[in-house]
Design a protein around this ligand. Structure first.
Ligand SMILES: Cc1cc2nc3c(=O)[nH]c(=O)nc-3n(C[C@H](O)[C@H](O)[C@H](O)COP(=O)(O)OP(=O)(O)OC[C@H]3O[C@@H](n4cnc5c(N)ncnc54)[C@H](O)[C@@H]3O)c2cc1C
Ligand code: FES
Length: 350
């Protein structure tokens, strides 16, 4: 334990106590405040804020998340920042409802219930929570799963809503040699324990809005979007919604039956699978709604004005990086764009 300091956040007027050994973001979680964040590893910039006063020093981070000129101007990353004096920080990206909606961050030891292949490189992992745990999450959030036998972890988004009693469901892309995802190819089996810490993440449905919803996902980015769609289907949400899902070929598509079922339960919802490489003739089950091209190209072709929409994006970093400027050009205000970028843990640079 190090020295403790007071950190005040403006313009929301919240004070927390921060130990110099913990990051300011973790200190906020510990005290029940859910500040805006994504990767928690200095790679996505979601926690970028402005230092108004005091001595703050940062652990290693990527200059993609915080460029040198921004750091010189006074911008900081709260997931990398430690307090070395009392601080005053201006939150540049925040949601007042969310700040006070934080659920406690817990570590728990669920067991593997099943591992099922959804496609040639995507698996469904189901974990069964120990009946005594108080672990809860908001649909769309993620947890850190410890990689057994290492001091490392990887982040994975829950695809379920916790209405499926005591289970956590993940959609995981398997990378050859991937330290965690590689274990799904035979090293981990039903019954094995895993250590899970969370919940984290701000990719949750803003229910106070009634704007049209546009979801854009790719690959395993299906997971948190599916959680939001399941939440909408369970509550009979009546907002108009469309989901552009990007994959390379028909062999990369999965959960089509569930998309059809959600479309039946939500009459104002439309699922648009987008294939970048090939589109089979007479594609079954999805009507004529499939599109060809990168998901961002389809979005640009099909949507001309998104100013009055809430847009939720999730997937690999190149997809998010291509979509953000496009959304700006399609008129979506930043405050109506929510994204989870599946950044790679291994790649942190100074
Ligand atoms: C907030 C958040 C939520 C996430 N949710 C999910 C999720 O729901 N499902 C999911 O599958 N992943 C998710 N991820 C990504 C996940 O945490 C891991 O980074 C990913 O599974 C790779 O870990 P690994 O240990 O298997 O591979 P590593 O051992 O870290 O990497 C192995 C190899 O694969 C390559 N690689 C790893 N990730 C990528 C990538 N994204 N794009 C291209 N190459 C890559 C690496 O360059 C390396 O060569 C999320 C990440 C974040 C930050
Ligand atoms: S850079 Fe801080 S949460 Fe991603």
């Amino acid at each position: 334990m190090g020295e403790k300091y007071n950190v005040r956040f403006e313009p929301v007027g919240i004070d927390i106590e921060v130990d110099e050994d913990e990051t300011i973001l973790d200190a906020a979680f510990r005290q029940g405040f859910m500040l805006m964040h994504g990767c928690r590893e200095g790679q996505c910039s979601a926690c970028k804020s402005f230092l108004l006063d005091g001595d703050l020093q940062m652990d290693r981070y990527s200059t993609f998340a915080l460029a040198d000129y921004e750091s010189e101007e006074g911008f900081v990353l709260l997931c990398r920042g430690h307090a070395y004096s009392d601080l005053e920080i201006e939150l540049t990206n925040y949601d007042e409802d969310m700040i006070r909606s934080g659920l406690p961050v817990l570590t728990t030891q669920p067991r593997i219930e099943s591992i099922v292949e959804l496609t040639h490189d995507i698996s469904l992992l189901r974990l069964k929570l120990d009946g005594t745990t108080d672990f809860r999450f908001h649909p769309g959030q993620y947890v850190d799963i410890a990689i057994p036998g290492t001091g490392e972890h990887r982040s994975f988004s829950m695809a379920n809503t916790l209405s499926a009693d005591g289970e956590l469901e993940f959609i995981i892309k398997r990378y050859p040699g991937g330290k965690f995802s590689g274990l799904l190819e035979g090293s981990l089996a039903p019954g094995d324990p895993l250590e899970v810490t969370g919940p984290y993440g701000a990719f949750t449905l803003r229910v106070s809005s009634d704007r049209r919803l546009v979801f854009v996902g790719g690959g395993a980015g299906m997971a948190p979007i599916l959680a939001l769609l399941r939440q909408m289907a369970e509550s009979g949400n009546e907002r108009e919604a469309v989901y552009y899902y990007g994959a390379r070929t028909e062999n990369d598509l999965f959960h089509l039956e569930e998309m059809a079922e959600i479309s039946r339960r939500l009459p104002k919802f439309r699922f648009v699978p987008c294939l970048s490489e090939s589109w089979p003739q007479g594609w079954p089950g999805t009507g004529d709604e499939g599109e060809t091209g990168l998901v961002t190209e389809v979005l640009e072709r099909c949507e001309t004005d998104l100013a009055d929409c809430d847009v939720y994006l999730c997937g690999p970093p190149p997809m998010i990086d291509a979509a953000l400027p496009l959304l700006e050009s399609l008129g979506v205000p930043n405050a109506q764009v929510f994204y989870d970028k599946f950044t790679i843990t291994a790649a942190v640079e100074e």
